[in-house]
Design a protein around this ligand. Sequence first.
Ligand code: SF4
Length: 330
Amino acid sequence: MSRLEIRDVSKRYGDVQALRDVSLAVDRGVLGLLGPNGAGKSTLMRIVATLARPTQGRVIWEGRPLSEDPDRLRSVLGYLPQAFGVYPKLTAREFLRYLAAAKGLAADDRIDELLSLVNLHEAADRRLETFSGGMRQRVGVAQALLNDPELLIADEIGTALDVTIHDQIMKLLERLIEERDLSVLMITHNLGVAREVSDRVYVMYAGRTIESAPTETLFELPKHPYTQGLIASIPRLTGDEMAEGIDGVIPQYIDPPPGCRFAPRCPYAHERCTGGKPPRYATEDGSSVACYLHDPDTDRFETPTLAETRTALAGTDDVLDGTPAMEGDS
Ligand code: SF4
């Protein structure tokens, strides 16, 4: 049994279907949730954090549906946001005390421990206005641990930081995961981050999880044409081949194409793809992929390799701009 299970969660806002049948499971370690802006990651995060209710489906924490006890997950959940606002006139210690009180936590005796954990013990009594971006992010890590969480949602962390500080934060997080037996849901649009820290990666596209796999399998043998397009967009450091893009844009959720939402952009789209939503097919290497090309009951279509997809996508306009970050990156 996984710690956190999201089962067939859908979310509608009026006519807009932001999520459609999203399923994923989070165990101990890091699960990367990879997707461009607008893929539905934030909506999903809000549902997990019990800030929004799913229209359909269930969120289950350690075997019990959250709907039966919505406060339960909140008590074991830590949230590490992308940008972390502080009160600049407060010291780090005062600020963490303030946040603990605001959350109704009796955490005073843990604040020194947390400041040491994030290597800020010597700066505990300095005003936050004197802190660098990296130090503020470490205060953000400390505040996410105030309630001693079992599940940490890390939402595009470090995106605004320079590479060195970003690396420091990722290393800090890796250490904390090991020392504190955390489960982490790492939301990111950065392929490098997902590859570096995740044990398993889920790829979201247009409100749906379209592929999941153990991390190295996903990067070495991506199966969904969208994932293949993403991997093909990573520049090769030693080759002379240009990165390829994927033509087109993410569909409007208010009028999404029937069937597979990637069909308007997919070089392999065929009649069946627009008739109905592809189910998820499990493969022998531990992947799960929502694409008819992987239906084991049909031999009509060959499963394309990454090289074939790269060729199929060649000559298109660069929507993916060839950097390891994804489309819609802002
Ligand atoms: S289901 Fe069809 S349109 Fe969708 S990714 Fe697979 S081949 Fe392409």
